[in-house]
Design a protein around this ligand. Sequence first.
Ligand SMILES: Nc1ncnc2c1ncn2[C@@H]1O[C@H](COP(=O)(O)OP(=O)(O)O)[C@@H](O)[C@H]1O
Ligand SMILES: [Mg+2]
Length: 585
Amino acid sequence: MSEASITRISGPVLRAVTDDVFHINEAVFVGDKKLLGEVIRVERNAIVAQAYEDTSGLRPGDTVLGNGMPLSVKLGPALLGNIFDGLLRPLTLDLGDYVQPGMQAPPPQGFEFTPGLKVGDTAGAGSVLGSATGTGGLSQSVLIPPNISGVVIDISPQGHYDDEQTICTVRGGDGTQHQLAMSHHWPIRDPRPVAQRLPTSRPLFTGQRILDSIFPLACGGRAAMPGGFGTGKTVLQETLSKWCDADIIVYVGCGERGNEMAGVLHDLPALEDPRTGRPLMERTLIIANTSNMPVAAREASIYTAVTVAEYFRDQGLRVSLMADSTSRWAEALREVSGRLGEIPGEGGYPAYLSSRLADFYERAAHVRTLGGEPGSLSIIGAVSPPSADFSEPVTTHTKRYVRVFWALDSTRAQARFYPAIHPLLSYSGDIDDLLDYWRENNHPHWLEQRRRFLTLLEQQMRLERMARIVGKDALPPRQQHVLLCAELINDGFLRQSAYSEIDRYCSPERQAAMMQLLTRFIELSEQAIEQRVDFELIGNLPILRRLRRMSEEIGEHDMDKFETLRTELEQVFSTLAKQEPANAG
Ligand SMILES: Nc1ncnc2c1ncn2[C@@H]1O[C@H](COP(=O)(O)OP(=O)(O)O)[C@@H](O)[C@H]1O
Ligand SMILES: [Mg+2]
């Protein structure tokens, strides 16, 4: 083991002298308490390392021991349903606590192993070796590590083993024997290899109308969610963790306050997946690195999270990674860079901020795994720009690497209009990839309807300025009609409370039904205006109130009520048309 002796300590950054060989990104153990750290710079006879734990109490002369391996995490069946710190060490639910210094990797845990290969079979790198079933009864694939392949020369029979025990021996092409367990280690800064990257083709449904129907994200896509303080980033990330239709959710709370994370931790165990009826926590893994934990560990937590997410993707699953917030991660990067004495760039961030963001988002993809199955990893990063200024470096660089942009707007949030996603500042670059999906799944007019909604919202913005000057009633009927429709789209469709029992989740079918109904209202009322029906009559129709409130009044289980409402809508307008001659006179 290589050894170095500390000469300088500056917060999490340590300098140590040595005659031994250390490598960049090598894991190190620091001082008597064996604090975990990582080499970030190698010089002649000296290294610079960052410690992932509180360094108070360390002194010059204390030892830094090299591990000989890059900083890695243990990937295996023991991950799901649990909460970890930024280096994947288990945490208890009590978030008031700091991570205990020197805490080591999780202890081995028992699982029922069922072999999927037999002696003599080819063991392909990254392919499935068997399955592991835990106490909850959930079965997960056991993978051969992506850097090992060969022929199976021994495999354990079905039975109970701990996740670090050898259950299979593989002989590689060069004759080396590899002992494999249900878990394996992987370096957090190395993307896990895949057979092929595939184009994205289906949406990641989130149950949120403004996302799925207006700014959809593809499975394997990347989205950013920038917003000022209190605009609803954390609530939205949690909502997505609960309701999006991924198989696995990796939630990384990065540098946010501990009490904010407590929300997810308390809600999740009690909730059921609306599609499978199973507890949502079963498919979830939480990485908590709150603001009271050491800053360097926050930098690592993002890589830990994405590595874990890739591991599940490699099992042929659809994985969704939520990061709240990437700004806190960038701040950690800035702090460490400052302590290293690097030349600061824009906003004090290091010049490599942009490439680090690119590396992170680049790991989102729809792929064919080494085992040959389709899998995907979608990344959704929250960004918290200071003073909600979207021109600051983290937001602008993030924008370069994401295809979907959900801009949370302070004005909307102040008006308690949630989700506060601004329909005119947000965009989705995944739409073209998803057209076939909608066409094949009973919503052939989606694109037209979406476009119509957005056009109305855009017209509304311009007209409202004018309405403020001349008064709404002075506008011609056609323009008053635009305002009416846009309000209806906002209140009846885009608005959706995360706390409403009936509306916090909206299935794609219900979204389509609502969209169709609103579109029909727009068409019918437009026709009526053209036929010179008095705008007052339309604006005061009692059915408007019901359209505005349909998301709260018509739940997932009474979809036929949309049909009833539609019939009523047609009747209302045909009556209006008949009244017309009287009004015209
Ligand atoms: N989708 C939503 N539905 C209902 N209320 C919301 C929603 N999003 C945010 N809120 C309200 O706004 C508050 C602040 O949201 P939060 O997610 O903590 O903001 P941020 O993380 O952006 O600082 C929440 O406590 C909640 O009351
Ligand atoms: Mg927050």
